[in-house]
Design a protein around this ligand. Structure first.
Ligand SMILES: [Zn+2]
Ligand SMILES: [Zn+2]
Length: 264
């Protein structure tokens, strides 16, 4: 049984609730879900925690502030960081994230992104929970901050891995696993496929990043956790192993990284 190590299931994307996409994923062979709660407010984080509390057998939550929204943390009078801090201590929360740097659209100023990323790494260290890292066109700064802020102490995941092998080697050295999304199935993603084929099997996870980035053959559709099967099959083929072997390894890796069990 596969684990979707990173999905967004809040009402913005699934207005009828998360139970239906979860049921469809379970029918497809996906038994666990790490639901990411991020947004302009803490509403999504609260929803992720509530879902993980209601479905503890299969759902775990991660809470943070996406780099797109980093400015909400530093806005005068903002209580967002304090609210995430409180939520992050819940048992249902297995990681802090997603957090990181995104220099593609620069939706928040880069210095603000860096400051907020550092604050959340410190929070993760204080809670002893791993971090889920989003990085886009910010490879050097991401690696530098992970190192300088001591992220190695908690480790975590480079989610939706879309960098190259030199980055992967440094991230692995810093104690970060690599999670592959539907991007790895795209024809243009040669460098990512190389890393997916090469990375140590005990450091690889799979995810959908639902509702984004549906894998081939469903590219362009709204993505949901059931589709992680296509991504896993592609990664298995790249590695020359069968889907069952890949599923078993990524299941164990998810359990070890998030320090909880998921159904088998
Ligand atoms: Zn992301
Ligand atoms: Zn995400």
């Amino acid at each position: 049984m596969l684990i979707d190590s990173h999905c967004h299931l809040d009402g913005t994307y699934f207005p009828a609730g998360a139970d239906e996409p979860i049921a469809r994923a379970q029918a497809a062979g996906v038994s666990g879900f790490v639901v990411i709660g991020v947004g302009e407010t803490t509403a999504q984080a609260q929803m992720a925690v509530a879902l993980a509390r209601r479905r503890p057998e299969c759902v775990a939550a991660a809470v943070g502030v996406h780099p797109h929204d980093a400015s909400v943390v530093t806005a005068e009078g903002s209580t967002v960081f304090a609210e995430i801090e409180t939520l992050s201590r819940e048992d249902a929360v297995v990681a802090v994230g997603e957090i990181g740097l995104d220099y593609h659209y620069d939706p928040s100023p880069r210095e603000v992104q860096r400051e907020v990323f550092a604050r959340f790494i410190a929070l993760a260290r204080a809670t002893g929970k791993p971090i889920v890292v989003h990085t886009r066109e910010a490879a050097a700064d991401t690696l530098e901050l992970l190192a300088s802020e001591g992220a190695r102490d908690v480790g975590g995941i480079i989610h939706c891995f879309s960098e190259d092998r030199p980055f992967a080697e440094k991230a692995l050295d810093l104690g970060f696993d690599l999670s592959f999304s539907g991007i790895v199935t795209f024809k243009s993603a040669r460098a990512i496929q190389d890393v997916a084929a090469w990375a140590p099997l005990d450091r690889v996870l799979v995810e959908t990043d639902s509702p984004y980035l549906a894998p081939i053959p469903l590219r362009g559709k709204p993505c949901e956790p059931a589709y992680v099967v296509h991504t896993a099959r592609h990664v298995a083929a790249l590695r020359g192993i069968d889907l069952g072997t890949l599923a078993e390894a990524t299941h164990a890796n998810s359990e070890r990284r998030f320090r909880r069990a998921f159904p088998t």
